[in-house]
Design a protein around this ligand. Structure first.
Ligand code: 13P
Ligand code: ZN
Ligand code: NA
Length: 283
């Protein structure tokens, strides 16, 4: 069933696991993620960046999600990822998204609070979950680019003040992860994560999970992360499966054949990540 991500994240927080949240880009990646969720009997979050909305269309995304309710018997949410534009956020809420991320991380603290509050006020009456970001996560996610020098880790006390003043449902924090793949091993500030966990009463979101070693993901979940965002690892799996197909069977040009293998690759990565977050058998 298509649900708000609020209840699933609250349950994950109470029971000490995380919901795996996957960026999708079309019908094939969407179905691949849902198939992974079914295999693991896990609740999942399907998310799209504003760039993907331009590619797919908001109405198409919502229609796919609604149709999926008849096919996949697991709770899932449709979430807008990293949005800096209030009009786009409102439009997604109006058209059927059940969860949104307002990304004011590039704004000064007070402006981030004001922007986030505006979104919370709009979303609350409509039953839509709101995630915000404090601190700056490095790397590139579609339109948003933060270089290493600009990235700043989340201040635990500011995080508490931010959540209190905005009434936001969940918070994305910066503890050393970055969007995209890593050159070498990233340094994850587990101590900061623990401190934030000890002070915060809302679910904590980890961005940039692609490229992290399995035990790093597991450790962040143990230390209190409740939502793990995965984008690049799915893109890579999908693209690699297509490359293999066209190398091995260059004459086979039926999309129903090559997308079938690519979709299977997505569902396998999805199932693996779900197990790392401990959300398997939680649907
Ligand atoms: P990765 O591409 O590193 O998985 O980051 C995903 C993300 O944070 C989406 O918001
Ligand atoms: Zn992100
Ligand atoms: Na990453």
């Amino acid at each position: 069933m298509l649900v708000s991500s609020k209840e699933m994240l609250q349950k994950a927080m109470k029971e000490g696991y995380a919901i795996a949240s996957f960026n999708v880009h079309n019908l094939e990646t969407f179905k691949g993620v849902m198939e992974g969720g079914i295999k693991e009997k896990a609740p999942v979050i399907i998310q799209t960046t504003p760039g993907t909305l331009r590619h797919v269309g908001i109405r198409y995304m919502v229609a796919m999600a609604r149709a999926a309710q008849h096919e996949y018997d697991i709770p899932f949410a449709l979430h807008l990822d990293h949005c800096t534009d209030i009009e786009t956020i409102k439009k997604c809420i109006d058209l059927g998204y059940t969860s949104v991320m307002v990304d004011g991380s590039k704004l000064p603290f007070e402006e981030n609070i004001a922007f986030t509050k505006e979104v919370v006020a709009y979303a609350r009456d409509r039953g839509v979950q709101v995630e915000a970001e404090l601190g700056k996560i490095g790397g590139q996610e579609d339109d948003l680019k933060v270089d290493e020098r600009e990235a700043t880790l989340t201040d635990p006390d500011k995080a508490v003040e931010f959540v209190d003043r905005t009434g936001v449902d969940s918070l994305a924090i910066a503890i050393g992860t970055a969007h995209g793949m890593y050159k070498g091993d990233p340094e994850i500030d587990y101590k900061r994560l623990q401190t934030i966990k000890g002070k915060l009463e809302v679910p904590i979101v980890l961005h940039g999970a692609s490229g992290l070693k399995d035990d790093v993901i597991e450790k962040t979940v143990q230390f209190g992360v409740n939502k793990v965002n995965i984008a690049t690892d799915l893109k890579n799996a999908f693209g690699a499966a297509l490359k293999t197909h066209f190398r091995e069977k260059p004459e086979e040009l039926d999309p129903r054949k090559y997308f079938k293998t690519a979709r299977k690759a997505i569902s396998e990565v999805t199932a693996h990540k779900i197990r790392l977050t401990g959300s398997n058998n939680k649907a």
